[in-house]
Design a protein around this ligand. Structure first.
Ligand code: SF4
Length: 473
């Protein structure tokens, strides 16, 4: 499953804002590993440096020292819209002189194609294939006089998911779309302000968490201080996968630290799907806390059955299927002495395509495990995501194509249990109506019919291509 970026912003006169942004991006690396970038302004012009790779590969002393000024924004990218190439790396800078802005985006704009055509018809040119540049040009296209009203104009036109940091020559902005699909929070640092996708980025740079930026809110920070503006919100739709998987367990979202929420998911699984077993393990690292929760509730001993090579990125980061398949072997090494002859409960965060789980089960069986009982924190994923998570087409989602017993057989497990939606909500301990659960239920927070139609056509094209490939064979 693919997530779509981490964003950061800082207003801190007198501080080395580029270096602080570098360390914040380092803490947000899990949200995107394809490219990284930082933009700064010294009040006269905006400078930007971005490149392909991890934050530590992209920046060095020389590049950081050239990014001067009092305001910075930063971005880690995984591509959901727009291909994986340097021109699509963010932040993106648009406009000229005092009419210029830099933007970093986490999310996905559902009506980007329509807006792109409209802007192109009005003479706006695009250097990237990202919906982020559509947002930036939409803001520039507004005839309103100040930046806040221009952003508000764009917010009224945009549909979908967006958490943004923006900078102009004199101000830093944090913007969260009215649905609040992606998180965004703010804090203080030595007389300045920071904005980040997750609170863990604040912790790492010594900033103090103040609050979340609310759905539909624009925060403006400049020499006059901080101001907040709110747009109307009709429905909230925070992505539940932030709690299951995307966000770091030491982050706080909606006042809830993720680590105990994930432990509670494991407890819920033990309550809903008990089994006689000798050991429990969580697939590291994303299901470690849930594994602890399962062990605690069931009374079965906890074991570390797979060791993770921490220097290999998450397998989903590789956009290519061949690399994704290789990824599991590169990533995990089983401990046969711990596992031989054991009946093992394996807790994992989710099953999307069903490509990774069979490999994990095979690895464990080869290490001598007698029984493998898979327990999954996310309910069956039956619908694609249109809000920035590149999880697959419906055709590729295993739970959209197979029953649970068929999935159990396909992955080669002795039993398989998914946490129910109610069990998941209970674990997160927040009201159900603030969440997007669309990939489980198909109930999207906004109409996505056009996207669905497009996807259906793509699916038919893939199927036709496959059947003609088969005929040729
Ligand atoms: S559809 Fe699923 S992955 Fe996408 S935003 Fe909603 S809950 Fe998150």
């Amino acid at each position: 499953m693919h997530e779509s970026c981490g964003v950061f912003g800082i207003y801190a006169p007198g501080e080395d804002v580029a270096r602080l942004t570098f360390f914040a991006l380092f803490a947000l690396q899990h949200r995107g590993q394809e490219s990284a970038g930082i933009a700064t302004t010294d009040g006269r012009k905006i400078q930007v440096y971005a490149n392909m790779g991890l934050v530590s590969q992209v920046f060095n002393e020389e590049t950081l020292s050239q990014l001067t000024g009092d305001i910075a924004i930063g971005h880690n990218r995984y591509s959901t819209r727009g291909s994986s190439r340097l021109t699509n790396a963010q932040p993106i800078v648009v406009g000229k002189d005092s009419n210029s802005l830099a933007i970093a985006h986490n999310g996905n704009i559902v009506n980007a194609e329509h807006l792109y055509k409209e802007l192109a018809d009005h003479g706006y040119t695009f250097c990237t294939s990202t919906d982020t540049e559509v947002i930036a040009n939409l803001i520039l296209s507004s005839h309103e006089e100040n930046w806040v009203d221009r952003i508000r104009y764009a917010m009224r036109r945009l549909q979908g998911a967006y958490s943004l940091t923006l900078l102009t020559n004199h101000s830093l902005f944090g913007v969260r779309g009215p649905l609040g699909v992606r998180p965004l929070c703010m804090g203080t640092i030595d007389g300045g302000w920071v904005i980040a996708s997750e609170s863990c980025a604040l912790d790492h740079i010594g900033a103090n968490f103040v609050r979340e930026i609310e759905p539909g809110e624009i925060v403006v920070i400049n020499e006059k201080g901080i101001e907040s503006y709110r747009e109307e919100v009709s429905r909230r739709a925070l992505c539940i996968f932030e709690y299951i998987y995307f966000a770091r367990p030491d982050s706080v979202i909606n006042g809830r630290l993720l680590y105990p929420a994930r432990q509670a998911m494991g407890e819920g699984l033990a309550r809903e799907h008990p089994v006689d077993a000798d050991l429990v393990m969580g697939v590291p690292d994303s299901a470690t806390a849930a594994g602890i929760g399962y062990a605690r509730y069931s009374g079965i001993s906890l074991a570390e059955g797979l060791l993770k090579n921490r220097y290999v990125g998450r397998t989903f980061i590789e956009p290519d299927q061949r690399i994704r398949d290789l990824g599991v072997k590169l990533k995990f090494n089983p401990l046969p002495q711990m596992l031989e002859g054991k009946r093992l409960v394996v807790v994992d965060d989710s099953i999307v395509r069903g490509t990774t789980t069979p490999q994990v089960v095979r690895l464990l069986r080869r290490a001598g495990v007698k029984e493998v009982h898979m327990r999954i924190c996310a309910p069956p994923i039956r619908y694609p995501c249109f809000f920035g998570v590149d999880m697959a087409t419906r055709w590729e989602l295993i739970a959209a194509q197979k029953t649970i017993p068929e999935i159990r057989d396909f992955i080669g497990a002795d039993s398989l249990g998914y946490l129910s939606i109610d069990g998941l909500i209970k674990a997160v301990a927040l009201p159900k109506d603030i969440f997007c659960l669309a990939c489980f239920t198909g109930d999207y927070p906004i109409p996505v019919q056009l996207e669905m139609d497009k996807l259906a056509l793509e699916t038919i094209a893939i199927e036709q291509q496959r059947s003609s490939d088969l005929k040729e064979l």
